[in-house]
Design a protein around this ligand. Structure first.
Ligand code: ARG
Length: 277
């Protein structure tokens, strides 16, 4: 039980004692006037869209961070989702996932519109995004990479002039490609769910995106390989509409630290990652 749950339980039993002392509760008749007498809903002070539910927006699939999974409680799993599920569990909240456009999520549009309480989408913390978003403490270190067919003559970013390269719209990978491969023919796709099939179908010659996702593809299909990685020193954070979810942001940070302290973070991490990232 988390410190927060203990506090909530203590508050609830305090309320019950108070009701008993007032003689209310036997017929329930006075319950309305004494504040309902029920336990406060989990997360009552977190300004959630729906009481007792943590509604998270993500762009899926982005393996191994977010994938559909019929066996998971939310219908999704992956490093981000499992971590957020553990956070939600500790806060006594149910987790619901909405699959949304990454571009609108990273720009702040989706969260500011109130579609979700939190963004959980392998989102890199950047100063630009901080104009519209608040971020949790970082929970994962990442970098960029270039994935091509194993028999491609592309050996790195220096070979991309005139070549067709897929990037995900609104991502740090897109920005990196625009800045460092200005001669490449970039095509922005909504997500990895479109880019990976496009590479496999030969519609593009390369994908420039977060290393762990390209790594997942390289491991799944030996016909493709990462030819270069770019040390961009990125860190992922959970995102919130700027200034609107500070209690939730604080609760998420507290639980993130608790998961690091009790070994749950490492357990989830090692279920998805074996090597250096
Ligand atoms: N880390 C990159 C960024 O923040 C890509 C994230 C894409 N995430 C996703 N779930 N599609 O721009």
């Amino acid at each position: 039980m988390s410190a927060r749950q203990i506090r909530l339980a203590a508050a609830a039993s305090g309320a019950a004692l108070l009701l008993a002392a007032c003689g209310a509760g036997s017929d329930g008749g006075d319950a309305e006037t004494t504040g309902g007498g029920a336990e406060p809903a989990a997360g009552a002070d977190l300004e959630l869209i729906q009481d007792g539910v943590l509604t998270a927006c993500s762009e899926v699939p982005f393996p191994p961070f977010e994938v559909e999974d019929a066996d998971a409680p939310s219908g999704y799993s992956g490093f981000d989702i499992d971590l957020l599920q553990a956070i939600a569990d500790n806060l006594g909240l149910e987790l619901t996932i909405a699959d949304v456009s990454f571009d609108a999520l990273q720009s702040g549009t989706t969260l500011v519109a109130g579609q979700c309480d939190i963004g959980a989408s392998a989102m890199t913390i950047t100063d630009e995004r901080k104009a519209n978003l608040d971020f949790s403490d970082p929970y994962y270190d990442s970098l960029q990479s270039l994935l091509v067919a194993a028999d491609s003559d592309i050996t790195g970013i220096a070979d991309l002039a005139g070549r067709s390269v897929a990037v995900q719209q609104g991502t740090t990978g897109e920005a990196y490609a625009e800045a460092n491969a200005p001669e490449a023919k970039l095509t922005a796709y909504p997500g990895d769910g479109e880019m990976w099939p496009a590479l496999q179908a030969g519609q593009v010659e390369a994908i420039l995106q977060d290393w762990p996702v390209n790594r997942e593809h390289e491991l799944a299909d030996p016909d493709y390989k990462i030819v270069e990685q770019f040390e961009t020193d990125e860190q992922y954070g959970f995102a919130f509409a700027k200034g609107e979810k500070t209690a939730l942001q604080e609760a998420v940070n507290t639980e993130l630290q608790a998961l690091r302290d009790d070994g749950t973070y490492d357990e989830i991490y090692s279920s998805y990652f074996t090597d250096n990232s």
